[in-house]
Design a protein around this ligand. Structure first.
Ligand SMILES: [Cu+2]
Length: 188
C-alpha cells in the first residue's frame, strides 16, 4: 500500500463525516423562533390574536393555526395572515381561565411540513367567558380546572424531513469497503 493510499484511507472517514455533518444544515427545516403568547407564559389579559415567528419566510396560504382552550374549543377567528416570517391569527374573545394551546402546521421552503404546539396559561377568564358562564359564586377564585396541565413544554414535529441515514449508510459502506480493500492489499 503506497503512503498516499494509506493517508487517504486514514483521512477518508473524517472527510465523509464532515460531508454528512456539513450537509445537515442544508436540510434544516423552518423552526419556530418566538411566539405571542410565548411558550408556557402566564397570561393575565386574554390576547385578541396570536403570532408565530419562524426562522424563514412562511407562506400563510399553506399554514394552519388553531388556538384551543379548556374544553377543546378552537378560538381562532380566521385563517393565518403572513408577514415575512411571522404568522398572525385573530382570536375570538377567549373564555375560561386555564390551559390554551397554539397548534401550528407550516410548510418549509423545501416543501416539507413542520408542526408543533405552544402552550400558555390564561390566568383570569377572558371576555368570552361571560357570555357562556353563569355568574360564579361571589369571590370564587378562577383557577385552572383540575386535570389541566398548563406546564407542557412546546413541542415540534418534523414530518417527513429528508433523512440523513442514507448518507450514514453510504459512509459506512464506503469506509468499510475501503478498510477491507486496504487490509487485503496490505496482506497481499
Ligand atoms: Cu425537507
Amino acid at each position: 500500500m503506497s503512503p498516499v493510499l494509506r493517508r487517504l484511507a486514514v483521512a477518508l472517514p473524517a472527510v465523509l463525516l464532515a460531508l454528512v455533518v456539513g450537509a445537515a444544515p442544508a436540510w434544516a427545516h423552518t423552526e419556530l423562533e418566538s411566539s405571542s403568547s410565548a411558550a408556557n407564559a402566564q397570561v393575565g389579559t386574554a390576547p385578541t390574536s396570536v403570532s408565530l415567528t419562524f426562522s424563514e419566510e412562511i407562506a400563510a396560504a399553506d399554514a394552519t393555526v388553531s388556538v384551543t382552550g379548556p374544553g377543546g374549543t378552537d378560538y381562532a377567528a380566521g385563517p393565518a395572515t403572513g408577514d415575512g416570517a411571522t404568522l398572525t391569527v385573530p382570536l375570538r374573545p377567549l373564555g375560561a381561565a386555564g390551559g390554551y394551546t397554539i397548534t401550528y402546521r407550516v410548510v418549509s421552503d423545501d416543501g416539507h411540513p413542520v408542526s408543533g404546539t405552544v402552550p400558555f396559561t390564561l390566568t383570569s377568564a377572558g371576555p368570552g367567558a361571560a357570555a357562556t358562564t353563569a355568574a360564579p359564586t361571589a369571590g370564587a377564585p378562577t383557577a385552572p380546572a383540575p386535570g389541566t396541565t398548563p406546564q407542557n413544554a412546546p413541542t415540534a414535529a418534523d414530518d417527513g424531513g429528508a433523512p440523513v441515514w442514507p448518507w450514514v449508510v453510504l459512509a459506512v459502506v464506503v469506509v468499510g469497503g475501503g478498510a477491507v480493500f486496504a487490509l487485503r492489499r496490505s496482506r497481499a
